[in-house]
Each structure stands twice: as C-alpha cells, then as structure tokens.
Design a protein around this ligand. Sequence first.
Ligand code: HPA
Length: 253
Amino acid sequence: MIVAIIGGSGVYDPDLFQTVEDSLETSFGKVTFYRGFFNEKEIIFLPRHGKGHSVPPHLINYRANIAALKALGVGRILATSAVGSLTEELAPGTFVLLDQFLDFTKRRALLFDETEVKHIDFTEPYCLGIRSIVKEELEKMNLNYSEGCYVCTEGPRYETPAEVRMFRQLGGDVVGMTNVPEVTLAREAGICYACIATVTNFGAGISQTPLNHEEVVEVMDANASKLKKLLANALPRLQNEEKSCSCPCPKEV
Ligand code: HPA
C-alpha cells in the first residue's frame, strides 16, 4: 500500500525519510511532491501549501493534489494540520484526531467534475481504519490527544470571537482553513483519509492575544518531534495492514 503524508502548516520537511522532489501534471494542474522510501516501501510527501508555504488555504489546488496522489497509486493518506481551539479544554500542543467536520467554506471546487450529479455519503468522513491505527500509536506514546470535530472556514483571515462562539455552539472543537475539500475529494477518489491536527492556539476571543501565523508555526515546531515520532510509528502499519474500513472503493479520477 502506498501511503501519502500531506504536510500542513509547520510540516514542510519530509526528513523522516530520504526523498527526492518530483512533479506530476494532472488535468487540474501541476503538483510538486516528494517521493521516498520508508520501511523499504514507497512513500509520498505532499506539502499542502506548496514549496516554502507559498499557497494560501483558499488558493490551494485541492483537486490537483488529490488527483496526483490518486495517479501515484496512493491508497491511504494521513494528513497533518494546524488548528485553532474552540474550547479552553483543548490547549495548544494537544493532538486532535478528526472525526467529523463542519463545512463553512464558500468558494472552493467541491467535486472533480462539478457538473456530475453525485451525492457521496459522509456519515464517517475520516477513515476508521487509519484512525484506529493512529489512535493506538498516540496511546502507546502516551501523547495528549482528543478526537474532535473540525470547522473549516474559507480563510485566509482568522475568525472573529463571535464566529468562534458560534462554531463552538454548533459542535465544533477545532477550526482551520484547509481540511475541506481535501477530505471530500479523497473520498471521491476512493483514497482512505484521516487527519491528525495539532492545536496551535486558542481561537479568537478565547486567546488573550491577537492571532498570527508565526505563533502557529512556533507551536508546530515545538511539537514537531512528537508528530514525527507518531508518523514514524504509524507509517509501517499504514503501509502493511490490510484495509478493515468500509470507505468506498477506488475509482478513476
Ligand atoms: N483559525 C483558523 N485556522 C487556524 C487557526 C485558527 O485559529 N490556527 C491554526 N489554523
């Protein structure tokens, strides 16, 4: 099984494994990614925001990214993401394994072919098979984690305190700008997908100070060694263990 890691804010360097830069032209555009070997098996690392974090959340070519991973034969994606917390109970540094999402994006491509009449089931948005492996590894490592609901905003601005209060009341636990449509396109492509988020800050209004991207990257850097260890422990299992989930079967993109 070819596994891909999608690196979010603060996770740019694929130095867990020796990789070489490569690129692929898809019908949605060109994607630059990194190929390498881990545990003697091929692995793909894709920095979501492009090289050097050059693409903002609302301009990421999500369709090209997932189409490229599909074309490369990827069967499982473990994504990483930096998120703000919607509750005082989830402090910066906590890992959150996503289990649901609320979609507040506004103007992103939603399907590979938007003219198609297609209604995909999202009762279980994140692959239960990948989640159970990651959960076991989080527990073995004794890491502070929670499972939770991700609110995806359009960005690129941070939220107002009123939005943070609303998102919390609606059932959100963490907020970010990139998980939708990444997760939905992966499902459409038939690739099992899960996301391990890192809380980098309290949401606006909970935080005592204004938010900024540097703070997000600082907390990600501070947590980087734990995240890398977690990936290193989960990867061989993701590569070798048979699928036991009920995510829909692959289809051509
Ligand atoms: N809001 C939106 N996206 C984020 C945040 C936040 O507070 N922190 C990290 N990504």
